[in-house]
Design a protein around this ligand. Structure first.
Ligand SMILES: [Zn+2]
Length: 63
């Protein structure tokens, strides 16, 4: 496995962190990942707005 992405502009919205990284093709991608133990929510989005929206609307099952 190659090294994991380095995230920039990381913000926290509730339990979910949103960060921007470059994928293997040098394109920006935006990841929303929940920090709650045992939740496991993590998804990639094409736009920062979409990732932040997903973070805000995430309903954590382990809260
Ligand atoms: Zn969660």
């Amino acid at each position: 496995m190659p090294a994991r992405h380095r995230f920039r502009r990381v913000v926290r919205l509730g339990p979910v962190q949103v960060g921007t990284a470059y994928d293997s093709r040098g394109r920006e991608k935006h990841t929303a990942a929940c920090t709650a133990p045992r939740c496991g929510f993590c998804a990639d989005y094409d736009s920062r707005a979409a990732a932040e929206l997903a973070a805000r609307t995430h309903r954590c099952p382990v809260r």
